[in-house]
Design a protein around this ligand. Sequence first.
Ligand code: ADP
Length: 319
Amino acid sequence: IKKIGILTSGGDAPGMNAAIRGVVRTALTEGLDVFGIYDGYLGLCEDRIVQLDRSSVSDIITRGGTFLGSARFPEFKDQEVRKKAIANLKKHQIDALVVIGGDGSYMGAMRLTEEGFPCIGLPGTIDNDIRGTDYTIGYFTALGTAVESIDRLRDTCSSHHRISVIEIMGRDCGDLTLNAAVAGGCEFMIIPEVSYTKEDLIEEIKLGFAKGKKHAIVTVTENMCDVNQLAKDIEAAVHHETRATILGHVQRGGSPVPYDRILGSRMGAYAVELLINGHAGRCVGIQNGKLVHHDIIDAINNMKRPFDMDLYNTAKRLF
Ligand code: ADP
């Protein structure tokens, strides 16, 4: 291969810029040309493709988001639309594509590979919900942001003897919530991996106050319930003022923590190495501290994400 393309797709995540830089600088070092594609699959279909040089990725390792932009583009599920994308790549004589994104972006990369255009997927999302990797690019930065927010809410909850219900991102994955809860000293959690009832939760909170707690923090993964309603129900049952806070997109922004910069850099370099060695249709992961690659289709269809039940049980014992 001589020319590679790179795009970021789906929800943005801190460290995506480090990954782009990792790809661009490694590829240039190896004598390849690199083309940046703006706004994900949308820009690919609209032929917004520009050649990148070393300085294109200067001063971006510290920045959150993605300088290439990202987009949701459901039309990419249509094969006719993808034909146009492949034609644009061929027009620029691009031989292979690196896609940084989540599950949905992987599906797009898988389809392109099946249709004859080799792609490599890198896991970029704060949700840590990608199969075939222990950690995704952006997760540790978001975890830091969530913990900082919990710390701030704890100060004010403690002063006012209040209960705080905090909604944390993660889609169908409780990693961000569980780990933020442990680091933030919260015993009450609602996460997708563990079934719960509102009645049990309320009993636990009451027990906490009976043990002498002066305030309480409940962390909830997004989409698990309506946190405003939950706060009302807790307040009615426990007779303590209860407020809900949805952390929302603040968790997606900010300068990436060192680990995300390192992970993005390593995975970016590894993606180029894989392409040079003739691999395609692979997704990159880090498992037990080592970089690995899996078949994208197999990862999406067959791999399961391990859930750290030990950590959950530890958290419950800190009550
Ligand atoms: P993420 O990559 O963060 O999971 P999305 O699920 O929104 O985010 O996916 C990002 C983009 O990937 C979509 O907007 C679409 O362009 C493309 N995509 C998602 N699913 C498919 C699919 N089944 N086939 C082809 N492209 C897809």
